[in-house]
Ligand binder design. Structure first.
Ligand SMILES: [Fe+2]
Ligand SMILES: [Fe+2]
Length: 149
């Protein structure tokens, strides 16, 4: 299932949905880290989880400047939240990384749409662009590891 995050009509709802997506991604990473066998995978995924938590802070700060209260948790309707449940039933590092790669396809799509949102301020665009670079790096690293498994 492909995410709809990034197709919102207002910047506020776009940023709110991104915060929820990043919460879901961080939760999925936590579930993955708890199940992965290889320490090198766990270490890197821990770092990626930290990127998602930083995105939550940065996007939340933008929302507060706009007078909005940022979401404090993920959106249970999202694919990533389901992915977290699915993760619990997966066996083996390869299956877990494949599930995380699917999750990261959604974050990449969402951030690609977000940076293209019309009329972004320079500050907002820079934060979203940095976020997109993080998401691309996450996806590329996972794909590289999958080639070795
Ligand atoms: Fe993110
Ligand atoms: Fe990511």
């Amino acid at each position: 299932m492909v995410t709809t995050v990034g197709t919102e009509t207002t910047l506020e709802s776009l940023l709110e949905d991104l915060v929820q997506l990043d919460y879901d991604a961080a939760d999925a990473y936590e579930a993955a880290i708890n199940r992965l066998q290889e320490a090198r995978f766990r270490d890197r995924l821990h770092e990626f989880r930290g990127d998602h938590l930083r995105h939550i802070d940065e996007l939340g700060e933008l929302l507060r400047k706009m007078g909005r209260t940022p979401p404090k948790e993920g959106d249970m309707k999202s694919y990533l939240a389901q992915g977290k449940v699915v993760m619990g039933g997966l066996m083996g590092d390869k299956a877990i990384l494949q599930a995380m790669r699917t999750n990261e396809a959604d974050t990449n799509t969402a951030y690609e749409r977000a940076v293209a949102f019309h009329g972004l301020s320079t500050e907002t665009h820079e934060i979203l662009q940095r976020g997109l670079q993080d998401e691309r790096r996450h996806c590329e690293w996972i794909l590289e590891q999958l080639k070795t498994l």
